[in-house]
Design a protein around this ligand. Structure first.
Ligand code: SF4
Ligand code: SF4
Length: 84
């Protein structure tokens, strides 16, 4: 659902700390049914703090998971961030 408004809303503060647990977690990488998420090692990890720095095989992601069905975001479902 989308809401369109011209109301002046107070924004939340910007996130300034790393929230992805990265190598201590890797649940998104390990649970992708098409092994479509490839972590990137060659990046400034401190500049990417919301998600695992990675390449996603968008074609494999779009087509099917390991059971032959379209995946509806297992990588997001398993992510522990924000669930506590
Ligand atoms: S949506 Fe599903 S298939 Fe696509 S990257 Fe995430 S876990 Fe993998
Ligand atoms: S599941 Fe979430 S917290 Fe864990 S590595 Fe992936 S993006 Fe980071």
């Amino acid at each position: 659902m989308s809401v369109i408004t011209q109301a002046e809303l107070e924004p939340d503060p910007l996130i300034t700390e790393t929230i992805c647990l990265r190598d201590e977690c890797r649940l998104c990488v390990d649970n992708c049914g098409v092994q479509g998420i490839t972590p990137l090692e060659d990046v400034d990890r401190e500049s990417v703090f919301m998600n695992m720095p990675s390449l996603v095989d968008k074609k494999a992601c779009y087509l099917k998971d390991s059971y032959g069905a379209i995946c509806w975001g297992t990588c997001i479902d398993v992510c522990p961030v924000g669930k506590e």
